[in-house]
Design a protein around this ligand. Sequence first.
Ligand code: GLC
Length: 565
Amino acid sequence: MTDTLPSASPSASPDAATGGSAGAWWRDAVIYQVYPRSFADGNGDGEGDLPGLLEGLPYLADLGVDGIWISPWFPSPMADGGYDVSDFLDIHPMFGTLADADAVIARAHELGLKVIIDVVPNHTSDQHPWFRAALAAGPGSRERARYLFRDGRGPGGDEPPNNWISCFGGSAWERVTEADGRPGQWFMHMFALEQPDLDWTNPDVLADFDDVLRFWLDRGVDGLRIDAAPAMGKAAGLPDADYGDVAEFRTLEWTDNPHWDVDTVHEVFRRWRRIADTYEGDRVFVAEAVVNGPERLAKYLRPDEMHSAFNFPYMKSAWDAGALRSVIDATLASYEPIGVPSTWVLSSHDETRLVTRYGRRTTSSVFITDGAGEESDLELGTRRARAAALLMLALPGGAYVYQGEELGLPNVDDLPDEVLQDPMFARSGGTMRGRDGCRVPLPWAGEHPPYAFSPAGASTWLPQPEGWDRYTVERERDDPGSMLNLYREALHLRRDLPGLGAVGLRWRESADGVLDLERGSVLRCVVNISSAPVALPGDTQVLLASAPVDAGMLPVDAAAWLRPA
Ligand code: GLC
């Protein structure tokens, strides 16, 4: 690239303001995201569960991650993959019991793994006793005040109270039938119909959630991921939104939206932080906050709010040297002044699997539907995903790895309609296939489904494709060139390189399409996203490469970790 004269290093120097958290575990931790329904099935019913997770923990410790984030494990009718919670203080019977959860936390800690759980405060399930009580109690009741019930507009209140849209398509309002059988008030749901939004200005909601946080912090979890954090604040009076030309969820682009990233939400996080800070050890909040730009995000990361946040702009970036460089620079420039470590992430339970996305013409992801259905060259996508893993793990701060990413699993794009479970599919009238394709159960061993995810003969909740024997943990473990071994080696090296966590990033001058970064004298990482092989600097030693390096030449769509001279 021509514009890459060495730039000032936004270094995480020990002197940087770190809010007193210098050296805290989470500042450069690599966290593995467990989607429990698809990780491992311990009881043979085709659904992943906590006994399965318990058994898989040594695999994760050996992989070299520092902790796990477990997607929701609470009782839930599963209208939105568990993000529709019907009891925040228990475990879904499909996953096990509270005793199983305690065992997972204890075993993880024995293995040196931190545990982050997923709290979903914006909404509950429509089966939650709070919502059922709200329906029963009627308009004007204290029970209804927990949620956003409003009278409709127009004659007979037949029109929704405002024009807000749901993330999964259609209006964000649903009308209820009152006890007398007549059409009544409307309730607001930012996500699926089965996920009514709580009113975060309501004192009962605030008090009950204090108890939820304490319940899990008391059980020993090290962190809480706050799902859909910017959705929790709503502008007073619930005014209409101005969506411009696209009435679609575009949260990275929205400014002044009355139901997203409204400033009142920060009061709640300050209250929570005061609670977490009363606990021993470093207990952390991780925000899922997809908002417009670093300044808005920085508000969530003020010293008395959340500790860290997912880096959506990085995850969604195209496989393009200029785009990656600018999102890395923008991230570091926004985090460094506030003393917060950045995080880096390539995929999640909400995104098309990376090897599939990177094998398509459209390599960026703005929304789940972008590029969907495009042909994917999986070999190309895999090459790029390998290089992307080395780039991500070379960056300063923390990182997230979504289960199966370490195996190079592709998206399953041809799941039959009748097995699809994501509410996106039904709510969009079938135009969006949704996120099931990245949630297919992991292949552990063997030649055919269920690949030891479940005992032979069991059918898994989403069918696994034939041909996944090449991606099993068993197979990849024995293959030195596998994605699994690449992740494993990178994670171990990252941990073993002395002082890596303490040094920031500095760019070296590089050719167009090439990223060349240095972390002090500890690590240098060169990524080739140009159209021809590039020569690696002669005065370095290759520690790890995503593709064979021949005669010092780094192939296209490859990355190398080097020991600086
Ligand atoms: C978050 C979750 C997603 C869920 C949504 C609603 O974005 O990651 O899976 O559908 O919140 O809870």
